[in-house]
Design a protein around this ligand. Structure first.
Ligand code: CA
Length: 234
């Protein structure tokens, strides 16, 4: 069945070019030209992915994203930002956006992102083709119950997002080994051959540390290896 993409964007020419290209790739599209309509369609029409502009009439993209997440929806949200400011991108990710793309973007890059984010969701019920290893991971004070997808520290359950869970699972499955941000984008975010902005990894690691570490400023579990990347202390 065709996947449906909700486009929330107030610039008609961008909406037109996005719908044209997405439809050509076999997607169905829905369009909203302001924040409140976008939010309503997101919550009632159950699209497979949302392309969400930041600067929108009525309600900006940050607010729309926040409310979609507050409703409990984990639908992939790709933020479209015209601005180069890092703070915008990071804020978008903090509020629950899965990814962002800066305008002007190439249609090829946008399609790759759309596909990767939809694939990530599809892969979640069955993460790997062969039977996944669901044995628990126990590393000192941290235990990952991979049957129930629950992480505990000192027997207290950590409230993690799906992405934070995927990230800690991946790092903890090979403790002591450092992974580059690019590798994490490939393995945890499912971008094949990822090149480009890897800030999403830093944001996810920071949020994970806030939940996991005794003192996030001086992490003991998820460590940074300068020039190499991140690792789970073995
Ligand atoms: Ca706009």
């Amino acid at each position: 069945m065709a996947k449906t993409i909700l486009i929330v964007e107030d610039e008609q020419n961008i909406v037109d070019i996005l719908s044209f290209n997405l439809r050509r790739e076999g997607y169905e599209t829905m369009e909203a030209y302001d924040g409140p309509t976008g939010l309503e369609l997101a919550l009632t029409k159950n699209p497979d992915l949302i392309l969400l502009d930041l600067m929108l009439p009525g309600m900006n993209g940050f607010q729309v994203c926040k409310q979609i997440r507050a409703s409990g929806s984990s639908i992939p949200i790709l933020m479209l930002t015209a601005r180069e400011e890092e703070s915008d991108k990071v804020l978008g990710l903090e509020l629950g956006g899965d990814d962002y793309i800066t305008k002007p973007f190439s249609m090829r890059e946008l399609m790759a992102r759309v596909k990767a984010n939809i694939r990530r969701v599809e892969m979640q019920p069955a993460p790997v083709k062969e039977k996944p290893d669901l044995s628990p991971i126990r590393l000192g004070r941290v235990t990952i119950d991979r049957e129930r997808c629950v992480v505990t520290k000192d027997d207290i359950v950590l409230e993690l997002t799906q992405r934070e869970y995927d990230l800690i699972c991946f790092l903890a499955s090979q403790p002591g080994r450092a992974f580059s941000r690019e590798t994490l984008m490939e393995k945890v975010w499912n971008y094949e051959g990822y090149v480009g902005d890897v800030r999403a990894v830093d944001v996810a690691v920071r949020r994970l540390r806030e939940k996991l570490e005794d003192n996030p400023a001086s992490p003991r579990f998820i460590l940074t290896r300068r020039g190499l990347g991140y690792l789970f202390a073995g």
